[in-house]
Design a protein around this ligand. Structure first.
Ligand SMILES: Cc1ncc(COP(=O)(O)O)c(C=O)c1O
Length: 414
């Protein structure tokens, strides 16, 4: 009897190992295999030990940093491989990331300068509405330096917004600069744009919106955003951080990119770290007027590297990878909504690649216990939301492991 049980367990295990291997190798699965996999997942059998996520060590399910579980576009990797033998040279162009950005964001580029040289169609293309940086975090810092670091300034950001720019402002304050920080409360976990407008004073230099917001995952409509922008005084910079805009469910959703041509005081920030899956390459950009770019350039401390630029250009052109990234996130959100509802947990429906969920008891111990079981999530907002965690998208199998480990841990911790 004992032997029979062991045999059954062994064959289940080896089948699971086979399936993990087959999936990792991208092998075509038969219908029977798919059914077996679905059964393994449904029976709660998957653990972190079964997982070898892309870009992390085996056995770790990293769902804490809003990364892309399917990795970067294969076309980006090809572009890096093609250009890696030239890195002994300074790069003056090559490729046309500006053209790719214009196409992707539906914006027009001015004609290239008549004399090619260093300013040709490539890397240093002036007059383009794109300001490229080594990651969008670097751009947010540059915005803070440009608009807040002289003192006599003020920034307005939602109290549960991303908080990078107001965080920099806090540092300036500590260094003795006269910088005022206003953190407006959110309403139903969304930006309260009326409250943000009402908070503007003659001292205000910058207003920041993160859309979709991190960590709440909530979204403002184009119409709400435009109405807000139109009401903000022209001498106040409006930052619209669209790091996660590509994950919005509605494929017809209008981003704020077009507002940057209509309003001189608007900058939309974007990153290649999320839907394009290449945070380690450090590439981001702002979409904005020339007058904003001129101000930012004064504080420029470096540029994005050539490999990041060619990889970025290739990613922008790979619609297939973009669609796959979106589909993985959609599956993750559907799966979590379904299970959280069954478990009776409150969650915030997300338009992004992560979700906030209320565990109903202090999240710190639960998070630690989950980490011991190989699953990494975060409770970065523990001061404001001590019983919540934020979980970032995993692929199909990682998501199942997260759910298994969460259920098990919640059952055991008081
Ligand atoms: C809202 C938001 N903006 C900006 C960033 C910075 O991204 P990166 O510097 O990788 O481009 C992040 C990173 O997680 C983010 O969540």
């Amino acid at each position: 009897m004992l032997n029979r049980m062991k045999e059954t367990a062994d064959s289940g295990l080896s089948r699971r190992r086979f399936l993990s291997g087959a999936l990792a190798a991208g092998a075509a699965l038969t219908l029977a295999d798919r059914l077996a996999l679905a059964q393994t997942m449904a029976s709660g059998g998957l653990t972190a030990k079964d997982i070898h996520g892309i870009g992390v060590e085996p056995g770790l399910v990293r769902m804490a940093l809003n990364e892309n579980p399917i990795g970067p576009s294969p076309r980006a990797l090809e572009a890096i491989a093609e250009h890696m033998f030239n890195i002994n040279r300074y790069s003056f162009g090559g490729g046309d990331i500006y053209g790719a950005l214009a196409e992707f964001d539906g914006l027009e580029l001015p004609p290239p300068p008549r004399f090619g040289g260093m300013g040709g169609g490539g890397r240093f293309r002036r007059e383009a509405p794109f300001y490229i940086t080594a990651g969008s975090g670097a751009l947010l810092s540059q915005i803070a330096l440009t608009y807040l670091s002289k003192g006599g300034t003020e920034v307005i950001e939602a109290d549960m917004g991303y908080g990078d720019i107001s965080g920099d402002a806090e540092n300036y304050q500590e260094a003795g600069l006269d910088v005022n920080i206003i953190r407006t409360p959110m309403k139903d976990y969304r930006h309260d744009l009326d409250a943000m407008l009402a908070a503007i004073t003659p001292k205000t230099s910058v207003v920041v919106i993160t859309n979709p917001n991190n960590p709440t995952g909530t979204l403002l409509s184009f119409e709400e955003t435009e109405k807000f922008v139109a009401a903000v005084p022209e001498d106040v910079l409006v930052v619209i951080d669209e790091a996660y805009i590509h994950f919005v469910r509605d494929p017809q959703y209008r981003t704020a990119a077009s507002l940057t041509t209509k309003y001189e005081n608007v900058i939309v920030t974007r990153t290649f770290s999320k839907v394009f899956g290449m945070p380690a390459m450090r590439l981001g950009y702002g979409i904005c007027s020339q007058s904003i770019q001129e101000k930012l350039r004064f504080y420029r401390t470096g540029s994005a590297n050539a490999l990041a630029m060619v990889a970025g250009e290739a990613s922008l052109k790979d619609r297939n990878h973009y669609d796959r990234s979106r589909a993985v996130v959609q599956h993750f959100r559907d799966r979590l909504e379904d299970e959280f509802t069954k478990m009776g947990l409150e969650y915030i429906p997300s338009e992004s690649n992560f979700m906030m969920v209320d565990l109903g008891k202090p999240s710190m111990n639960i998070m630690r216990e989950m980490f011991r079981k190989g699953v990494m999530v975060t409770n970065r907002r523990r001061e404001q939301m001590p019983t919540w965690i934020r979980v970032s998208s995993g692929d199909e199998r990682e998501t199942e492991v997260f759910l298994n480990v969460l259920k098990e841990t919640l059952g055991k911790t008081s």
